[in-house]
Ligand binder design. Structure first.
Ligand code: UDX
Length: 431
């Protein structure tokens, strides 16, 4: 079993560290935030991620997982060094590499001879070379090993991946990294670093394109009178298309797709190729936010301008508490800009811990602690995130407490016959 340092305890780093310790490796995770290190050492997990608390607890108990302050402290005795720091989007759409470069500069002087540095963060094509240069260590290999973790199912995605991609110029280093995954049953693909980095961006941009396509098909379905649920079912039977990522919605979002799609367009541009297809994928997504907002604005009766909309769901998808680049927020920004009032409920955003006002200070909405508190006296109810609990809404109660009868289901979560039977006007996406 190997000794692994994980630099950065965000959702990628923490999941990677906890899963590697579960596979039997000795893992030390480093972060710059002392308070975070203390709470992680006490087994407190700062994010909602299914199964992660159990793995962290298991690692802490067995002594195979530790948390320390500072990258150098973690790296000084390890054989593998996973860089899992953020690569946020900078003003021009490209990825900001400052965290990555700082981490590399900190560990460079302390790396044991012959160890391997692994880029796990989503980094622009060519970053493996950048890291190698900052490290300045000819005795240390730098390898790309991109993550394909979805929030909410990250532990499962790590332990049961569709594939493991390793990009390395150095065959021996690639084989050593591959051996870390020997207890995982998945194809392991070894390629050069630039191809590995491109695989990561191309995968996310392809999935984002698939979603923009399906959202455009949903708009077409509304125009021609087709039902998108049947259309995607019929498409998904074709194994070349597949069933996944065919659910239309209010637009796609999250911490990866928007950032990575924009970054790939920028990478292409810098390399002299105008990847205008991706710009169109992004534009279709913006249109989808606008179209969803327009449905909501139109659903507010003109003679009730002071009434409000009940918005159910704020996170970018169900199963996570992440609000970054959430389609729900994009839609509500547009709705409130048109002067419509909003009361919102989300099971992962309790009003007593309102993170929304810090992240989106311009978004003026009220957050309440249950769906019926949002719906009371509302003229419209909308579902913006597909939390399972919204499928169990009591429509008799909603009919009693709401001031209007419009439902806009931006996730096609509900069976339309149920609200319609209670006298609601139901509008979904593409049906
Ligand atoms: C994504 C990638 O899936 C993962 O491989 C990568 O490493 C990180 O980015 P994540 O951001 O957690 O993962 O979310 P994902 O489940 O992919 O969903 C992204 C967005 O697409 C969400 O807003 C989601 O609601 C939307 N979506 C997804 C749809 O609208 N319809 C679908 O059918 C699937």
């Amino acid at each position: 079993m190997a000794s692994i340092a994980i630099i950065g305890t965000g959702y990628v780093g923490l999941t990677t560290g906890a899963c590697f310790s579960h596979l039997g490796h000795d893992v030390v995770c480093a972060d710059i935030d002392e308070a975070k290190v203390a709470s992680l050492s006490a087994g407190e997990i700062p994010i909602v991620e299914k199964g992660l608390d159990r793995l962290v607890d298991e690692g802490l108990r067995s002594g195979k997982l530790r948390f320390v302050v500072g990258a150098a402290e973690a790296s000084k005795d390890a054989e593998f060094h996973y860089l899992c720091v953020p690569t946020p989007q900078s003003a021009d759409g490209s990825a900001d590499l400052s965290y990555l470069e700082t981490a590399a500069a900190q560990i460079g002087p302390v790396l044991p001879h012959g160890s391997v540095v692994v880029n796990k963060s989503t980094v622009p094509v060519g970053s493996t070379r950048v890291v190698a240069k900052v490290l300045g260590r000819s005795d240390v290999a730098v390898v790309s090993n991109p993550e394909f973790l979805r929030e909410g199912t990250a532990v499962n995605d790590f332990l049961q991946p569709d594939r493991v991609v390793i990009g390395s110029q150095d065959q021996e280093a690639a084989i050593r990294v591959a051996a870390l995954y020997s207890r995982i049953a998945a194809p392991i693909m070894v390629t050069d670093p630039v191809s590995a980095e491109t695989i990561k961006y191309a995968s996310n941009a392809f999935l984002a394109s698939k979603l923009s396509f399906v959202n455009a098909i949903a708009t077409l379905c509304e125009a021609v009178g087709a039902d998108v649920s049947d259309v995607v079912l019929g498409m998904g039977y074709d194994r070349r298309i597949g069933r996944e990522f065919l659910r239309p919605g209010p637009g796609w979002g999250g911490s990866c797709f928007p950032k990575d799609t924009r970054a790939l367009a920028r990478i292409a541009e810098n390399a002299g190729y105008d990847f205008h297809f991706l710009n169109e994928v992004l534009r279709v997504n913006e249109d989808q936010f606008g179209r969803t907002a327009q449905k909501l604005i139109e659903a507010v009766p003109a003679d009730m301008p002071d009434s409000h909309i009940a918005a159910l769901g704020l996170t970018f998808k169900a199963g996570t508490d992440d609000l970054r680049d959430s389609p729900a927020i994009e839609v509500l920004m547009r709705v409130t800009a048109a002067g419509v009032k909003v009361k919102a409920y989300d099971p992962a955003v309790p009003p007593e811990r309102n993170r929304l006002s810090e992240m989106y200070p311009d978004l003026d909405i009220e957050i309440v602690s249950d769906p019926y508190a949002a719906a009371e006296d509302a003229v419209v109810l909308t579902i913006l995130t597909e939390w399972d609990e919204f499928t169990w809404l009591d429509f008799d109660k909603l009919a009693e407490i709401m001031a209007g009868n419009n439902i806009v289901d931006a996730r096609n979560l509900l069976d339309p016959t149920i609200p319609r039977r209670r006298g609601f006007n139901y509008r979904g996406v593409g049906r």
